[in-house]
Structure formats: C-alpha cells, structure tokens
Design a protein around this ligand. Structure first.
Ligand SMILES: C[S@@+](CC[C@H](N)C(=O)[O-])C[C@H]1O[C@@H](n2cnc3c(N)ncnc32)[C@H](O)[C@@H]1O
Length: 273
C-alpha cells in the first residue's frame, strides 16, 4: 500500500506545504530538547573525527549544518533528500550561516544511493526511517556506503507512543491513531531497529532513550500541532474542520494549563565491522 505520510513524499507536495515544512524543521531543530538529543548521539559517534559524512533525508540540512558548525569538526558533510525544494532551502541556509564550503546538498533517494561502497566515515539519518516505506533498504544502503569501522547514527520518534491528553480518553485515543496514521509510515520502526541493524550487518554500539513530554503548557508540541494541522487534511485521515477542532482543543488545554503531550525518541549508534 502506498503511504499517505507527507514526509515520505516531499517530492510531490505543493510549494506552500513545503515552505511550512521548512519552518517546522527549523523550529523543531532549534528547540533545546531536540538539539540536545542530536548532540548526544553525534558525540557518541565521535563525529568531530569523521572526514566525510552523509546526512540521509537531510531536509533543510539541519543535521549537516549542525555538524559543519561544530568547532572541532574540519570535515565535509553531504546531505541527500528526495525533495528539490528542501535541498534548495538547505543550500540557502548553509550560505546564510557561512558554512557553505563545508556542506553539499543533493537530490536523491536514500533507498538506492549512487555513492560507491565505503565512501563515508559516518552516516546519519535523523527522523528519516519512520517515513520511508522500506526502512531496511535505507539501513542497508547506509551500511554499504560506510567504510569499515565507520559509524551510523539513527534518530527517530517511537511514534507508536505519540499521545495527547483529551478529556474523553476514547476520543483522545482515536485522535492519536488518526494523527499517527497520517504523518508517519513506520510508527514502530525504532523498536525494530536492533533487528534492522543486525540484518544490515552492523554492530550496535550504544542507544539513547528519551520521553519528550510536556505537561501543563505546550511549547515543543505546540509548533508540532500547528504543522500537523496543515498536513492532516491533505492526507484525508481527518477533514480540515475535524483537524481544527483537534488542534484548537490542544491549544486551549495549553492556555488553561491542562495540556499533556508526549512521544518517546530513540537514538542508535552502530558500527560497520
Ligand atoms: C521528517 S523529515 C527530517 C528532515 C531532517 N533530517 C531533520 O531532522 O530536520 C524527513 C526527510 O526525509 C526526506 N525523505 C523521505 N523519504 C526519503 C527518501 N526515500 N530518500 C531521501 N530523502 C527522503 C524528506 O524529504 C524529509 O526531508
């Protein structure tokens, strides 16, 4: 079955939706909780000692730019994404940040990379695997293009755990399930990741687990809700009116100090033997 997940078909979205994604990716990436989870696994990968790095599903180049801006890093990062619009945005942002000579962005599909075997010292996939239809093909491609001893970092939401509080728990559960089916292709992929890494011939080095919960007032989750509000009606899972009721209810909960929103996130660091 073809996925309805907009993040997995960014090559087919309209310009207005893509601009909304640019805003969302940048806002999410700058959030201290998100930035902290990124830094944690990049440190565990010893990313500063890598010479050439591949950022799979780079979007606006958030991870590529974060690596290129690290004071101890002197290598080069290549970002690949299926969306030409996001690749153009990534190039623009890298120029604006004065790091364009350390990064390069290309249009491509991470399920079938054009790069030769053993090209990269490190590969990163930041919130990509939950959105591709064949996650094993992405992990296998990452393993193929890594040099022996090279490190792979995979970060994503365990979106099967994504949930928002609602005064009617049954209604809340129905909303959660509708949201997850609309914006994620593989809500359980981070639970499958130890198996996928093993099937791709990689050795698990370490993992990190986080619960990104906000209780009372929404901050991280309020910008996510606004992005989902624009995306959900496009998937057909809920109408615009239904989605507005859902989003307004959550914003109202936040204003009243009774908000609850949560999802688990995981990072895996693996090595090519
Ligand atoms: C949720 S976004 C994450 C973007 C970026 N890594 C970040 O964390 O801000 C997922 C990205 O994967 C890209 N993508 C989805 N499927 C892809 C594929 N098969 N090959 C390359 N990129 C893909 C999308 O275009 C989108 O930019």
């Amino acid at each position: 079955m073809t996925s309805i997940d907009p993040f997995g078909r960014t090559d087919k979205l309209d310009e207005a939706m893509l601009e909304a994604l640019v805003v969302r990716f940048e806002a999410r990436g700058k959030h201290p909780l998100f930035a902290g989870m990124l830094r944690e696994y990049l440190d565990a990968m010893h990313i500063d000692s890598a010479g050439t790095i591949l950022d799979m599903g780079c979007g606006t180049g958030l991870v590529a730019r974060a690596i290129a801006s690290r004071p101890e890093f002197s290598g080069r990062v290549i970002g690949i994404d299926i969306s030409s619009h996001l690749v153009t945005a990534a190039e623009r942002l890298a120029h604006e940040e004065g790091i364009a000579e350390r990064v390069e962005f290309r249009i491509g599909d991470t399920r079938t990379l054009e790069d030769a075997d053993a090209t990269f010292d490190a590969v990163v996939a930041h919130t990509l695997l939950s959105h591709v239809e064949e996650p094993l093909s992405v992990v296998t491609e990452a393993a193929r293009v890594l040099r022996p001893g090279g490190m792979l970092g995979i970060f994503d939401g365990d979106y099967a755990s994504l949930t928002f509080g609602h005064q009617d728990p049954d209604k809340g559960k129905a909303y959660d399930e509708a949201l997850i089916s609309a914006v994620v292709t593989n809500p359980h992929v981070m639970r499958q990741m130890p198996r996928l890494l093993s099937q791709a011939g990689l050795t698990l080095v370490t993992s990190f687990a986080h619960v990104l919960s906000e209780v009372g007032t929404a901050d991280f989750w309020s910008s996510a809700i606004e992005a989902y509000r624009r995306l959900i009606p496009k998937t057909g899972v809920m109408t615009k009116e239904e989605t507005d009721v859902w989003a307004e209810g959550l914003h109202s909960d936040s204003q009243k100090g009774v908000f609850f929103g949560s999802s688990n996130y995981y990072s895996y660091v693996a090595r090519r033997p």
